[in-house]
Design a protein around this ligand. Structure first.
Ligand code: ADP
Ligand code: MG
Length: 396
């Protein structure tokens, strides 16, 4: 899949809307607001610098958290603009809105090479949530620019005004990060080196069942862990005690091809009565736990089984921790899998907020071939092979 790139396009004196995914979390330490993780800001810097060096006015556009279609000062992008300015070593003009005459005239009077940040696009009902596409609002947003670059892979699975709406009204291109993501992930779907294996864990099977099913069409082996495996164990008629499960997903979990020999679910688990650092833990064969225990990690035999599959793989995709890794006692399975990927002689791709943070806690980020910043977008891409915000950017 080749995407239209803005690389050779003349942007001198042009207003370039750069769609970014600056959906950060703030930490308020006695009135001082800082950004929890500025990776997304840092990774946009080369693109911003390239565009300003080519004489463009760069107009950054993003949403931030969930203001629900109305202004909310706690969800303003102003602190993000201030932090970005420090990273860039250049001032960033933060506007107090993202559409309207005042915004247009401020953009107009900014010199070429400026960096401008529009206010949160979710401050208007035209993009009140991740499902709202309002053509009029998209047109208003489009007035701010002469061309549009989508570099927000992590939000490109959303059919919304600022992703799919706006690109109908402006010449539109794929940004470098979006291109990298698409290249890495479509490489997995299109002739991966085999054996190709997948590992899916994390909290909810409801958010991952579709990707599990579509991966099963493609991978040679698929391993499941984390809380989402609990619902599958339960669907198989096993005792799961007080484990986190999703009642509404039991029927669908039953329908998963559980006799498929390529699918590996835990054979043993670490349990405790409570998910606390000082809880007494037990190693149990699956189905063999006490009614007041919960499954909080995969067990050592499961780790061995998964390690064996990983060792023989040539391509690996991993999303979702194997247990409640935030509590050290239940982080062994996740660390062991992370280590196994790090030392595997394979092309390794990982993604997902918690998966990335568990790998970076272990200092193993550099050992992975590719880290997708996509989260939900990555899962959707693996399921569908494209995303709504990417499809219109494919080169004809
Ligand atoms: P990612 O962000 O990497 O896609 P998810 O958001 O799906 O991952 O899930 C991560 C969360 O799942 C973690 O916060 C972890 O504590 C939780 N989790 C994993 N296994 C269990 C378990 N057995 N019981 C409770 N929570 C779990
Ligand atoms: Mg998560």
């Amino acid at each position: 899949m080749e995407l239209r790139s803005a690389e050779g396009i003349n942007v001198k004196g042009k207003r370039v809307i750069l769609r970014v995914a600056f959906d950060v979390h703030f930490i308020d330490k006695s009135g001082v607001i800082t950004i929890e993780d500025d990776t997304r800001l840092k990774s946009a810097i080369p693109t911003i610098n390239d565009l300003t060096a080519r004489g463009a006015k760069v107009i950054l556009m993003s949403w931030l958290q969930r203001p629900g279609g109305q202004p909310n000062p706690d969800m303003s992008l102003v602190p993000v603009a201030e932090h970005l300015a420090k990273l860039l070593g250049q001032s960033v003009l933060a506007l107090d809105d993202c559409i309207g005459e005042d915004v247009l005239s401020k953009i107009e009077s900014a010199p070429d090479g400026s960096v401008i940040m529009l206010e949160n696009v979710r401050f208007h009902p035209g993009e009140k949530d991740e499902k709202t596409l309002d053509e009029d609002y998209a047109k208003e947003l489009a007035k701010n620019g002469d061309l549009f670059i989508n570099d927000a892979f992590g939000q490109s699975h959303r059919d919304v005004s600022s992703i799919t709406g706006i690109l109908k009204y402006l010449p539109s291109y794929a940004g470098p990060q979006l291109q990298k993501e698409v290249e890495a992930l479509s490489g997995l779907l299109d002739k991966p080196a085999r054996p190709f294996v997948g590992i899916i864990g994390g909290a909810k099977i409801s958010t991952k069942l579709e990707v599990i099913c579509s991966l099963l069409d493609n991978v040679d082996e698929l391993m499941l862990g984390g809380a989402l495996a609990n619902t599958i164990l339960l669907a198989q008629g096993m005792q799961v005690g007080t484990s986190l499960i999703e009642e509404s997903m039991i029927a669908k979990a039953k329908a998963l091809a559980l006799t498929d020999t390529r699918l590996h679910i835990p054979v043993d688990v670490i349990t405790a009565k409570e998910a606390t650092e000082d809880a007494e833990t037990f190693t149990r064969a699956v189905g063999n736990l006490e009614p007041d225990e919960k499954i909080l990690d995969i067990g050592p035999d499961t780790v061995k089984l998964f390690q064996g599959v990983i060792k023989s793989a040539k391509t690996i995709i991993w999303n979702g921790p194997m247990g409640w890794y935030e509590i050290k006692k239940f982080s062994q399975g996740t660390s062991d899998i992370a280590e196994a990927l790090a030392s595997a002689d394979a092309h390794t791709v990982i993604g997902g907020g918690e998966t990335i943070s568990s790998v970076s806690q272990l200092g193993l980020e550099g050992k992975m071939s590719f880290i997708s910043m996509g989260g939900g977008a990555m899962l959707k891409f693996l399921e569908k092979g494209t995303l709504p915000g990417i499809k219109p950017l494919i080169k004809e």
